[in-house]
Design a protein around this ligand. Structure first.
Ligand SMILES: *[C@@H]1O[C@H](CO)[C@@H](O)[C@H](O)[C@H]1NC(C)=O
Length: 351
């Protein structure tokens, strides 16, 4: 299989698919198979819809049966066992959304991260409380939605400023072509196995954090400037606590760029595990690479590593001594979706 660019603009693919189906497909059936074939290359809404075989679709929009995303989620029965599509019409869907623990098998489908968004303004001392979007159920798939917590950036020492865009606390949860925006603590990747493909994540201080076991495939990470503090922020703060804990964040084949300056990660637990592999790192990365600021324990067992990264931020000459540069042998278990047992549960993935 030939390598292909990760971040190919989605509209291009859509245009190509449309042209293909117009020019050479005499019947609906053929048109469908052409689209499916194309979709094997880039995961999109039609491909996921086909794979998940949902029997019900709940449509959310101003002129639809469901006016709010939460009302559609509420309409899914407790103990649900079959995939249900919650389709969000293009536009901004205001209000906090919570997928409760007893409502698994929900496919939240938008029209693309530039067209469909869930937006809520909420700041709190508690990360979970502040979240604009919370997934507490297992088996949730999301495609093409932006998540925005539109709270204002407060003073950095004020605990009431956590303003999470999304909290992910279920197992087997995947986001494709989504975006996450917030002024503080953007993505709370709390617990469970998660997959993020071609997602845009923006922030400055510990903006991807928690104890999830997660793979970020082809992410676009944008570092915002943050003048609230002298302390530089970090992209990832991962909470792996002990050796038999399978959690960790793996960033693969993405790019990090932006305006502010950050560390790749901050130690937040004794066995913090964060790996950046095949990633373009711009000058926004502090030459030390990683920090333990705010953490008082030992850095002896942390696993903060880089492998095969490129760009001006990847020069490791000044890295902190307790960070690692993986060899191919050390990196190999983090280079495929087997790290999250993805072949067992993901409907589609980049390969
Ligand atoms: C290193 O990354 C490049 C892309 O930047 C990729 O083509 C190459 O296969 C990677 N090498 C290894 C050993 O993974």
């Amino acid at each position: 299989m030939m390598a292909r660019p990760c971040l190919l603009p989605f509209f291009l693919v859509a245009v190509v698919a449309a042209v293909l189906s117009l020019s050479s497909a005499p019947s609906g059936v053929l048109a469908k198979s052409k689209l499916a074939k194309k979709s094997d290359d880039i995961v999109n809404g039609p491909l996921l819809t086909e794979k998940l075989k949902a029997k019900r679709t709940l449509i959310v929009g101003p002129d639809e049966e469901f006016k709010t995303v939460q009302s559609a989620v509420d309409a899914v029965p407790a103990g649900n066992t079959e995939w249900v599509i919650v389709h969000l019409r293009s536009g901004v869907h205001k209000g906090k959304v919570v997928i409760p623990k007893d409502k698994p098998f929900i496919f939240v489908r938008g029209n693309g991260k530039g067209r469909t968004s869930i937006s809520h303004e909420s700041a709190s001392a508690d990360n979970a409380e502040s979240a604009a979007f919370s997934v507490n159920a297992d088996n949730v798939i999301v495609f093409g939605v932006s998540f925005r917590n539109s709270a204002r950036a407060g003073l950095v020492n004020n605990p009431e400023i956590r303003s999470v865009a999304a909290m992910v606390a279920g197992d087997k949860v995947a986001f494709y072509h989504c975006a996450f925006y917030s002024p503080h603590h953007t993505l709370f990747d709390s617990t469970g196995r998660h997959y993020y493909e071609s997602c845009y994540i923006q922030g400055n201080i510990d903006f991807i954090f928690g104890g999830g076991q997660s793979m970020f495939q082809c992410p676009e990470i944008f570092v915002k400037p943050d003048r609230r503090t002298e302390i530089k922020g970090s992209i990832a703060a991962q909470d792996r606590k002990q050796e038999d804990d399978t959690s960790g964040f793996v960033f693969l084949k993405g790019k990090v760029y932006g305006v502010g300056e950050v560390y790749l990660g901050r130690v937040s637990a004794p066995e913090s595990r964060v790996i950046f592999s095949d990633t373009y790192l711009s000058k926004t990365i502090n030459p030390a690479g990683w920090t333990s600021i705010g953490y008082t324990g030992s850095t002896e067992n942390v696993m903060l590593a880089e492998f095969n990264c490129t760009g001006p931020g990847s020069d490791t000459a000044d890295r902190v001594p307790w960070s690692r540069r993986f060899t191919m042998n050390e990196a190999v278990k983090y280079l495929t979706i087997d790290f999250i047992n993805g072949k067992e549960w993901l409907p589609a993935y980049y390969y």
